[in-house]
Ligand binder design. Sequence first.
Ligand code: DX5
Ligand code: ZN
Length: 215
Amino acid sequence: MIKIAPSILGADFGNLEREIKELEELNIEILHLDMMDGNFVPNITFGPDQIKNLRPKSKMIFDVHMMVQDPDRFIPRIAEAGADIITIHQEATTHLHRSIQLIKSTGVKAGVVLNPATPPETLQYILEDIHMVLLMTVNPGYGGQKFIPVMTEKIAKTREMISSYPIDLQVDGGINDVTAKQCIEAGANILVAGSYVFNGDKKENIRKLLGENER
Ligand code: DX5
Ligand code: ZN
């Protein structure tokens, strides 16, 4: 089953509540929230207080993608703000295993994100501990970038690695109707999309992302 996780970075922040309502009416189950710290990535977005503020507005699964250096500093507050799953970058923490345990100790599901240049083998010894792997298909920091084609090979390799574990494989960056199909074929089952979902008719865009796949 393929799921679309719209990234609110692509939404109109002046009308966030309405944008979120529209997604719920389209039966979207996962909302992707991109937290950026201006340090790990060259951009700043929002933090735990804004997530807490949004929480009562939606029943969707809050999937918080932390693009934050030393994420342990913020994990408890993000969990408390109402995250359902927190993904942290392998490149942003010295003690990945410890950071994952910290997320799980808050009762929230844990995922790990890999930048385009980071090999999937780095996940080998934490597969029992995580619910999701997020593969960046662009360099993190901005919406609207172009998909890096060689990432389909990495998706396939990662899918093979996680095949005997109940782990979701999410992709993020430059996902449109064409790249969505390539990612699904390679083994991704959750597609994050920002600009593609929010530019124009959301219903039609989501339909095109899913293609022939059932949701
Ligand atoms: C990029 C973020 C993405 C971004 C995706 O650093 O992690 O979630 O919003 O945007 P698009 O779909 O426009 O590439
Ligand atoms: Zn993201």
